[in-house]
Design a protein around this ligand. Structure first.
Ligand code: MG
Length: 166
């Protein structure tokens, strides 16, 4: 396969969806929210970190999170999803890129996102090795519509811009 063109910026899109279940820690955006339900999953279920991981990998033309970290691998059970971000950051750096910025939409009628935006941005910036003004988070409700109505799940979109260089 041809190598990505490193002379210009690259964008990548990530999406993830998890059910919210009673008694699961509510891990989103690398922090724990005080909420009675949390994302189910093989790892800690942090759909924000999973979507960002796929956006980074996608931008660099690399494999996706499911290929690199199969959920059949017992080593990833209940794992802090920060490890996926760390691996993705290393992988894009190895390809000759650095992160320009990351933008995220969290759609859920589970936990309210707005009160946690600042803390999430701080934690994501730390994980990504960028300034907190280069990572943004928005929460959206679903207006009571569709399969995620009533807080049954969380859907996340993430977009990442990569720049050539260190
Ligand atoms: Mg996931």
């Amino acid at each position: 396969m041809d190598q990505p063109n490193r002379t210009g910026p690259r964008i990548g899109l990530g999406f993830d969806l998890h059910r919210l279940e009673e008694g699961r820690p509510c891990r989103l955006g690398g922090i724990t929210l005080d909420h009675p339900t949390g994302p189910a999953g093989h790892s800690d279920g942090d759909a924000v970190l999973h979507a960002i991981t796929d956006a980074l990998l996608g931008a660099a033309g690399l494999d996706d999170i499911g290929t690199l970290f199969p959920d059949t691998d017992a080593a990833h059970k209940n794992k802090d999803s920060a490890v996926f971000i760390e691996a993705a950051v290393q992988a894009i750096q190895k390809e000759g890129y650095r992160i320009g910025n990351v933008d995220i939409v969290i759609a859920t009628e589970g936990p309210r996102i707005a009160p946690h935006r600042a803390a999430m941005r701080e934690r994501l910036a730390e994980l990504l090795g960028i300034q907190s003004n280069a990572v943004n988070v928005k929460g959206k409700t679903l207006e009571g519509m569709g399969a995620l109505a009533g807080g049954t799940g969380v859907a996340v979109q993430a977009i990442a811009m990569l720049m050539p260089g260190r």
